[in-house]
Design a protein around this ligand. Sequence first.
Ligand code: GUN
Length: 288
Amino acid sequence: MTATLIDGKAIAATLRASVAARAALLAYRPGLVVVLVGEDAASTVYVRNKERSATAAGFDSRTIRLATETTQAALLAVIRSLNDDEAIDGILVQLPLPGHIATDAIIRAIDPAKDVDGFHPENVAALALGNPRLVPCTPRGVMLLLAASGIQISGSRAVVLGRSNIVGRPMAGLLLTADATVTIAHSRTRDLPAECRRADILIAAVGRPAMVEGAWVRQGATVIDVGINRTAEGALIGDVDFNAVRTVAGAITPVPGGVGPMTIACLLDNTLIAAAARRAKLSGAANA
Ligand code: GUN
């Protein structure tokens, strides 16, 4: 058996086109600000891609680049001014932040209505309570890939490998909300291969190159690879041993071209969702 390839690039392009078409119908330009502190090489590339995609979708796209030594107080002041700026619908602070800044304090300072990353505790709680509002972009992208590929989630056994706040935990919440039976497996899980073999849907989000072997995957399972790892030779590879697993799985995402492109497309979509909700509330208040 050779797995069906899930073409994230094509699915993301369709979503980006849909965002651009919906944005063009609005009486305003959705405003998205990305804040980058420091010069981390990977973050610099991501931020440039986000800026380009937002501009291409017709957004008012801004990037604020701050020096590595920016203080926490100065960053908080930037966020407060963005919270107060009526033209801004979405605020994303690129992670990781330099070590002297408390990530938690920064995330809490973002207006939850503009939190297009879905990282603010209010948005995390909404997802945990089964009533998602703004949802983290990468797990939301995975859900859209599964839907676009016709993968049945309700009643399935899903195993999420990894428990990060950015992917693993929100991923588990979304799958549970979609009626999967969800296991979160991680570095301390006993017999990881056996746990993974139970999965109808296996999501790998650990950041360990080619960790998931063919023998970890049940025949016909759907395997979603969230990992993006750079090899010593400079190639990008996922958390899944693609060549081994594709002979066992029923469907699989490649790296690159799988989950990666969905993250930015979902960021744009989240910005539209945030804009519609916040601006409806504003105009409701004005008309009250
Ligand atoms: N760094 C890696 N992934 C992400 C993400 O989804 N959002 C933010 N803000 N930073 C990240």
